[in-house]
Design a protein around this ligand. Sequence first.
Ligand code: AHR
Length: 515
Amino acid sequence: MSKFIALAVGGFLLMTNISNAQAVAIKVEPQEDAPQISKHIYGHFAEHLGRCIYGGFYVGEDSDIPNTAGVRMDVVEALRELSIPNLRWPGGCFADTYHWKDGIGPKEERPSILNIWWGNVREDNSFGTHEFLNMCELLGTEPYLSANVGSGTPQELADWIKYTNHPAGTSPMPELREEYGREEPWKVTYWGIGNEAWGCGGNMTPEYYSDVYRRYATFTTDWRNSDGLVRVASGASSSDYNWTEVLMKNIPKNLIEAMALHHYSVIDWGNKGPSTEFSEGQYFTIMERALLMEELIQKHTAIMDKHDPEQKVALFVDEWGGWYDPEPGTNPGFLYQQNTMRDAMIAGTTLNIFNNHADRVKMANLAQAVNVLQAVILTDEEKMILTPTYHVMRMYKVHQDATLIPLSFESPEYTHEDKSLPAISASASRDAAGNTHFSLVNIDSEKAHEIQLDVSGLDLSKVLGEILSADKLQDHNSFDNPDKVHPESFKKIQLKGGTLSLEIPPFSVIVITAK
Ligand code: AHR
């Protein structure tokens, strides 16, 4: 058994392995200066990749599938239900090949390009800046644009910002926007300065990218950043700490508001394993990779703290999720995979980690929203299904913009062969209405665990619960059986003498709301 305790160190939380102990007793430790859990931690990502945009979000105005300006309304309604706070677009790797001016103006005049990263398919640019930003308005979400640094120019980026953000009539770019039918600027706050600059974004060294970043960031706005833009530096891959070190050292703090980090849960890049028919060993390895997020955030933020002790620069984990072999029979370049209870375990534990690091992690983007990697929604022509990951995101939305309540607890171990992982993951928050929320995950594939939450300091009288569980870890929703995995009301919670008691079944997620 290992004890994991959320300690306040230098204003942020550290998960520390303390000692052996018995019960799963969770202590609630409200903290005066606890951070707010940014709603942007619950963000999403939509790339021009496979069927994410075309067929997933966008079917065109002439489609029989109900749509608004070509955007399918079943997807919009499902995402509204998640209260998605932001959507990152147009990539990913695609972003560094994307020239935004190809995607404005009359559709019949827009040039086609080859999508070289994702299946070499034809990209006709029918979904461009207007279509995306208008879709964000329909979704009620904030856009996060990823700019082309790898094959673009600072001028292109500066023009894009003027086109989307500047008032009508102030310069040629807003005039062009008006000409193409949009008078009011959309006001985009979040701007990624390239993507994976160490790889598909240009294969740059951190030293070289730091200089490139400085140049691009200089032309995004004025020297005071009076537009209040959030400029996001392309961040490290997983444990590449040198990348964060060099960027944090070389980029002046008046030019950067956020640093990105990408981490995928992958067994082996050359042999990722199936998305549904996986073994217990493959499940264990994926959970090992997913739980690594805790260490990655601790170590990257320690480097950030060294160079930015006032914590002005936020950490954005703007790509995360499980990555498996594509579904048999699908285009391997489209990264279409199914989504099981294993993905629900990744989502629940990762979101708990983000919540518990809410002081530095201010945004995160699940990769990707529809039909790609760990999607919340899958579509097949006119059909649409919600995945187990969707249900976790919906259950956890109660944490958006709530105040973190640190927890300390000792987790039993989930053991497979000669390795073990902490079985229980948890986070808690209090929302503006005074409700307290607990999200609990048990990743153990076989054992249920008794949980006792010491809530004596919280004066609670009413408790509601919801659970996502299934018969098998491999269970998933399909177009023939769309509701096989779904959340249910969870009533087996006892509130007595300042303690909330419940049993959490194997591989399940429970969210409790207490008043
Ligand atoms: O999400 C799929 C790809 O993964 C993205 O395009 C890229 O940024 C990352 O390597």
